[in-house]
Ligand binder design. Sequence first.
Ligand SMILES: C[S@@+](CC[C@H](N)C(=O)[O-])C[C@H]1O[C@@H](n2cnc3c(N)ncnc32)[C@H](O)[C@@H]1O
Length: 298
Amino acid sequence: MRFLNRVMMWAGAAMLTAVAHAQTGVGDVVYVPTPQIVVDEMLALAKVNKSDYLIDLGSGDGRLVITAAKKFGARALGVDLDTYLLKVANANARKENVADRVTFREQNLFQTDIAEATVISTYLLPEMNLKLRPKILTLKPGTRVVAHDYSMGDWYPDEQKTLVVPEKKVGSPGISYIFSWVVPALAAGKWQSTLTVGGKEVPYEFDIVQFFQNIDGEASAGAVRGEMHGKMKGEQIRFTLTGKGGQRIDRHEFEGKLAGDTLTGTVRVGVDSTARPWNAKRVKRGELQRAQDELGAQ
Ligand SMILES: C[S@@+](CC[C@H](N)C(=O)[O-])C[C@H]1O[C@@H](n2cnc3c(N)ncnc32)[C@H](O)[C@@H]1O
């Protein structure tokens, strides 16, 4: 299934290149505008709002940037290498009365400083998304990323949507795929905490292995060995702890927030239990696991 997806994705990418060749656009991918209905859905999926600063990498006629400002109240920046498209984008921004909140800059998207972005948007080829990925993963946890049609390799999206768009003639004609991610905080490493269970202080340890937003690992609760599985969403953490190798332990459900080397949140132990406060300290930092497609690119 993944192989088939990939073949379809690349067939679409080849078409995006071929069909749009005669049109404007400069750099590593030709210009193909995202249909406006898809723009609206992308920005809604990324939950763009007035406190956001969106950067559209390869901004074309500026529609993502202008819509982010006009409909969602954000500030936004678009970068492109095509001077004609940059002129069109600036003219469109004036026409839509958002010129005070948007900027268009002639700049290579790979050299753009994106550190201040709270939302990144792209409609680029798959290999361009992959090339951007390591930089995106260094952004502040919680930064959202939204992409049209092409994904981010082994970094599977947190959410995705498929839209029927009859007017779309290139890429995947008639259909648009939208993918969104939230940059995860780094939870990898060894964590310790204590919980009072049945009137006794029990030491807990979690050895978290992290692959993008997915967290899994070995754990222990006193003498009982367990395993944990969960997800990060920005700084938010959520995971379950269950027994391992036939060892019995009531299912624990943890959720909370990561700040530096501290986790603070709540835990529910067993069914029907109420959430109670919980916190943990990281005693050894880990690293994000390297993705297969990153290793393959070496
Ligand atoms: C497929 S279009 C997407 C336009 C717009 N983001 C949208 O969704 O409607 C890609 C745009 O990226 C620009 N582009 C390609 N390579 C670039 C690069 N290395 N740096 C900046 N812009 C680039 C092209 O000129 C083109 O306008």
